[in-house]
Design a protein around this ligand. Sequence first.
Ligand code: MD3
Ligand code: FE
Length: 203
Amino acid sequence: MNGLAIAPGVMLWREKFSKDEQTALLQDVRARIEAAPFYRPVMPGSGNPFSVEESNLGTLGWVSDKSGYRYQVTHPVTDAPWPAIPDALMTLWREIANAPDPECCLVNLYRGPARMGLHQDKDEQALSAPVVSVSLGDEALFRIGGTSRKDPTRSVKLSSGDVVMFGGPARLAYHGIDRIYPGSSSLIPGGGRINLTLRRVTG
Ligand code: MD3
Ligand code: FE
């Protein structure tokens, strides 16, 4: 598998996707996203907007609105079913995840000052399956801690083409994106970072 074990349950593959593969994957994702445009979710309760824009691919999409976080089969703005997950991502998952096929590919778009605060991913029933993340475009400063918010954290810079898998003891680890580095990659026209997060949702 050739990955690097960077912490218990965390595997990192630097540039798992070559430059040409990144370009092809980005084009595939963009073509699919035309039918499921990026939108800006809001926080449950407060209604404060996220700094990232989001969309999903797959049979279930993760959404956030004033009433809460949930998975649903349709886009919250267009009400259309989400487009399918690209073949390259299904192939990646089957190669490394050792779990039933993913149902959700959350697509996060970071531009300028966008970030993502420290949080756990726990809206899935399938906590025995790992989460697999693919980074495209500008570099990001990723932070991961333990299963308690008070646990110490480590920071790792993620670059375009990198793949990270979080399973076992890391599946419920706190994590977030502190910042992106504008101008660090020319992959995305106009700059920015796209993160593709693959998840199995149902048990
Ligand atoms: C560690 N996204 O969408 S991906 C998210 O780069 C999210 O957009 C970040 O966190 C991003 O929920 C980080 C890396 C990631 C994803 C899921 C995890 C790390 C994780 C689940 C458990 C532990
Ligand atoms: Fe997360």
